[in-house]
Design a protein around this ligand. Structure first.
Ligand SMILES: [Ca+2]
Ligand SMILES: [Ca+2]
Length: 97
């Protein structure tokens, strides 16, 4: 909703970058003298991504092996690489450590 007096835009619901990263607004303006004079304008608003998505492991389980009798430090040999992804697209938001 747009306030007709000050132009403030009010949201009906929060925007979510991962659901929809941009949207279009169509504005019509008319003069206040009932002359029928008007103009229309369309513009695009881009939603900026924020770090709001949690990282998720790529597999449900991981397993590894270790030699019997090992002492610290030791190495666990994984049967597959452990990886995780993050739905945030901005590079700094999707770094997994
Ligand atoms: Ca994130
Ligand atoms: Ca995000």
């Amino acid at each position: 909703m747009i306030d007709q007096y000050n132009g403030s835009i009010y949201l009906a619901c929060p925007f979510d970058f991962e659901t929809k990263s941009s949207f279009s607004l169509y504005l019509n303006v008319t003069d206040s003298f009932e002359s029928g004079l008007m103009d229309a304008y369309a513009f695009t608003v881009n939603v900026l991504d924020v770090n709001d998505e949690i990282p998720v492991f790529s597999a449900a389980t991981y397993s590894g092996t270790i030699q019997d009798g090992q002492t610290n430090p030791t190495t666990v040999t994984m049967t597959s690489a452990i990886s995780a992804t993050d739905a945030d697209t901005y590079a700094n938001y999707s770094d997994i450590t």
